[in-house]
Design a protein around this ligand. Structure first.
Ligand SMILES: Cc1ncc(COP(=O)(O)O)c(C=O)c1O
Length: 409
């Protein structure tokens, strides 16, 4: 081994200098090749994991502190985190992206950074339970009011917004009833009162839908779901114009940066996102068709099925419908218990978007904080089971779900 003076050792990575992907490359190519730093060490194809909390200062203290293009401390920036950040930014078609330790980290940091006391957030009633808790449990304590819009008023965004609205928050498709909302129409309504439109794109993924191209100001994700895709990490993302993303907890004082190891797993997972989502789309469609008319099923909740209006919106703004569907079972909670007991492949667990199929019961998991009346208002009943269909053989999933439905009836 030859000793190399410190100043001649391999040059330090400079922030956000990625190996360029040709502008003509398609989404699958960009997913595989995007966000890679030119390797400065051993020539590895897969980037190393910078599992470090801090970095050696490159220059005398007073100069280094003003260096925004070098890594100084991992809560603020870390090369392993910036790789998948770049891939997600590119795929969502945004100018800037930031990753967080979880979806809720991204959502909470975004909302808390962009609203002030005295302002109002307008949000759908039908949202992931954690987001509803943040909106109704936390924001009012800081003087931010939260207005909720449920069906059928959520179909008329122009009358739902008001001059008090500072931020509009949507999920589409929603969790757990897979309702589809018109992003372009909500964007026009939000713009008309000077509000920012934030869309949670977790269920659709950027493979199936790009809210920014439809007029949303910011997109948020639970990267824990399809982006991570293997039920082995927690992550969150926000993507949009730099003028907004730069305002979102710029110094990370809310304390939810993504850990480098989780970022490494996320970057690895993104390479197969398009393949996986194509299979999830197929599984969702196949199982939804197979359970149609089953005597044990009162209602199938799947993007576009609620009405012809939603079908038209879904065809316009989505390239695929995803792998999540919910079933309202005849016989309520008891039928749900029998259904879950008879599943042989689909596991019972609360999450979605992984390669393995999962079943969960919203009234027992993501929506436990809602009262019976609130659940009723939203149309979430005790017989509702949410299925996240994975990438197993679709025929096996059809068999498993239909046999469990036979047993539930
Ligand atoms: C639509 C949606 N958004 C956000 C979240 C929160 O994500 P995380 O669990 O990564 O904090 C979830 C979690 O289930 C979700 O389903």
């Amino acid at each position: 081994m030859t000793d190399v003076p410190a100043e001649e050792a391999a040059p330090r990575p400079v922030r956000r200098r990625f190996r360029p992907v040709p502008p003509w490359a398609g989404p699958s190519t960009r997913l595989v090749h995007g966000g890679l730093l030119p390797d400065l060490n051993a020539g590895s194809i897969v980037p190393p994991i910078y599992q470090t909390s801090t970095f050696r200062f490159p220059a005398p203290f007073s100069e280094a502190a003003s260096h925004s293009d070098v890594y100084l401390y991992s809560r603020n920036a870390n090369p392993t985190v910036e790789g998948p950040e770049e891939v997600i930014r590119d795929l969502e078609g945004g100018e800037s992206a930031r990753l967080f330790a979880s979806g809720m980290g991204a959502i909470a940091s975004t909302i808390l950074s962009l609203v002030n006391p005295g302002e109002e957030v307008l949000a759908l009633a039908d949202l992931y339970g954690g987001t509803t808790e943040l909106l109704h449990g936390l924001l009012p304590r800081y003087g931010v009011s939260v207005a909720e819009v449920s069906e059928p008023d959520a179909r008329a965004p122009e009358t739902a917004v008001s001059n008090a609205t500072r931020l509009v928050y949507l999920e589409t498709p929603t969790n757990p009833l897979l309702r589809v909302h018109d992003i372009a129409r909500w964007s026009r309504a939000a713009n008309s009162v000077g509000a920012i439109l934030v869309v949670d794109n977790t269920f659709a993924t950027p493979v199936n839908q790009n809210p920014l191209a439809l007029g949303a100001d910011l997109v948020v994700h639970s990267g824990t779901k399809y982006l991570g895709g293997h039920s082995d990490l927690l992550a969150g993302a926000v993507v949009g114009p730099a003028r907004l993303v730069d305002q979102i907890d710029p110094k990370r004082v809310l304390g939810s940066p993504l850990d480098p190891f989780a970022a490494f797993l996320l970057h690895r997972s993104l390479k197969t996102l398009e393949l996986r989502v194509a299979r999830h789309n197929e599984a969702g469609r196949t199982v939804a068709e197979a359970v149609e008319g089953h005597p044990g099923v009162v209602r199938i909740h799947y993007p576009g099925r609620a009405s012809s209006e939603e079908e038209a919106i879904a065809s316009r703004q989505m390239r695929g419908r995803g792998g999540v569907l919910a079933l309202s079972l005849r016989g309520g909670a008891e039928a749900v218990d029998r259904f879950l007991k008879h599943l042989q492949i689909v596991e019972v667990g609360s999450s979605l978007g992984g390669v393995e199929s999962l079943a969960s019961v919203p009234v027992q998991t993501s929506h436990t904080h809602l009262s019976a009346e609130e659940l009723d208002e939203r149309g979430i009943d005790a017989g509702c089971v949410r299925l996240s269909l994975g990438i197993e053989d679709p025929a096996d999933l059809v068999r498993d779900v239909t046999e469990a439905l036979d047993a539930s009836a």
